[in-house]
Design a protein around this ligand. Structure first.
Ligand SMILES: [Zn+2]
Length: 151
């Protein structure tokens, strides 16, 4: 995809990020210029939260040691912990197979979720899952191709 978005980037968005061009070239951004960033505690492997990054947020995450997101609700860069103290120290960053998601492992200080729970998924809580095994047979035929893709 070319560097220009069909939509005008929001005010405050850095459009000339210093992100390594070889990394930028591998990103498959959505039509608002963002990729999903899954944040995981490096040692326990707890999945803490999901945020969104544009090129500049990823650049800051890769170079500052602190996880930085683009806030879709506030339309601004958001360095995790600046207001809450619940800092995320970057341990590693990986890009997924098709470039539309990042996996950021961190040392999480305190709660990852703004509600005060350790992870956002504790705050949201489990949804009912049927284990009766009634799956469309046509879907079952392709299921082995994606082991463990979705809980
Ligand atoms: Zn949360």
């Amino acid at each position: 995809m070319p560097q220009t978005d069909p939509t005008t980037p929001p005010a405050g968005r850095v459009t000339d990020s210093a992100l390594d061009p070889s990394v930028a070239a591998r990103l498959r951004r959505d039509d608002t210029g963002l990729v999903a960033a899954i944040v995981q505690q490096h040692d326990t492997r707890d999945v803490l939260m999901l945020g969104w990054m544009d090129d500049e947020a990823l650049h800051r995450t890769l170079t500052s040691g602190r996880v930085t997101f683009w806030s879709r609700s506030r339309q601004e860069y958001w360095r995790k912990g600046d207001t809450s103290g619940h800092v995320q120290h970057v341990r590693s960053v990986a890009l997924d197979c098709d470039g539309d998601a990042l996996l950021v492992t961190v040392e999480q200080v305190g709660a990852a979720c703004h509600t005060g729970t350790r992870t956002c998924f504790e705050a949201g809580g489990p949804l009912p899952v049927s284990t009766s095994g009634t799956v469309d047979p046509s879907v079952g035929a392709v299921a082995p191709a994606t082991p463990g893709a979705q809980p």
